[in-house]
Design a protein around this ligand. Structure first.
Ligand code: ZN
Ligand code: ZN
Length: 262
């Protein structure tokens, strides 16, 4: 299995996953044109995709869904409440491209198993995905207010994580956002901070080579260097030295990460 974080941040998110037989996206939070150029950035084409797994109906995750579904005839997977919430936001998606992916279930595509799991986020029925193939595991979790024990059960022991590291708490508190927005982000159904992400990660990584892609960084309340530094420091206080078996990677709001094998 191989993947690339095509782009991730508060303005849009899309993650590409492939094996030798199939290729998928998790979310398509950019215009069709931008999605095409992100895919070209890893020498792939929207035409080759087998489908898109939707996490939730926020625009930074579904902005391009309607257009790319129609343009490329792509199957779209989402749970029932997310479908209801998406209708009206993404235009008409033909019935034969609408697939239901229930919460906490597994769908298999050849040797690739895709597990959905619930997160705590202020959308209709948000869920993220863990991909399993040949004993290897990739977890994508970019929008959650906290990481529950149940979520930890699903994500524990992954070889690669695309993990939310949304904000620096003091930047958010000092920043220009209205208090209601700050309160939402800091709540249990908002986004995890750099420190909270690191504490959760310290509880789910196992003692093996693990790659963590810090994702969904807030444009206003975080910076790559700051996220990496505070995650590194917090992991260290939890007894994990980065660079030994845990490796941190940046993602970018505009540019794809290198296509790598899990
Ligand atoms: Zn969201
Ligand atoms: Zn988001």
């Amino acid at each position: 299995m191989r993947f690339s974080v095509l782009a991730s941040g508060s303005t849009g998110n899309a993650i590409y996953i492939e094996n030798d037989e199939h290729s998928f996206l998790v979310d398509a939070g950019f215009s069709a044109k931008k999605m095409e150029s992100l895919m070209a950035g890893i020498n792939r084409s929207m035409k080759e995709l087998d489908g898109i797994f939707v996490t939730h109906e926020h625009s930074d995750h579904i902005k391009g869904i309607g257009v790319v579904a129609r343009k490329y005839g792509l199957p779209i997977y989402a749970n029932e409440k997310t479908w209801q919430a998406m209708d009206g936001l993404v235009g008409t998606i033909p019935l034969d491209q609408r697939f239901q992916f229930d919460m906490e279930t597994v769908k298999s595509f050849g040797s690739l198993d895709v597990q959905s799991f619930a997160v705590s986020h202020d959308a209709a029925d948000p869920m993220f995905y863990a991909f399993h193939e040949n004993g290897r595991k990739l977890v994508v979790i970019t929008d959650t207010g906290y990481v529950s024990d149940r979520m930890k059960g699903h994500i524990r022991g992954a070889d690669s994580f695309v993990f939310e590291s949304n904000h620096d708490v003091s930047m958010l508190q000092m920043g220009r956002y209205p208090w209601s927005v700050k309160r939402r982000i800091l709540s249990d159904v908002g986004h995890v901070s750099n420190e909270d992400a690191a504490v959760a990660m310290s509880e789910v990584v196992e003692q093996k080579e693990t790659h963590i892609y810090l994702s969904h960084l807030s444009k206003d309340n975080n910076m790559k260097d700051l996220a990496r530094m505070s995650v590194t420091q917090t992991l260290q206080t939890c007894g994990i030295m980065t660079g030994e078996y845990v490796h941190l990677h940046d993602t970018d709001a505009e540019q794809p990460t290198e296509l790598v094998t899990v």
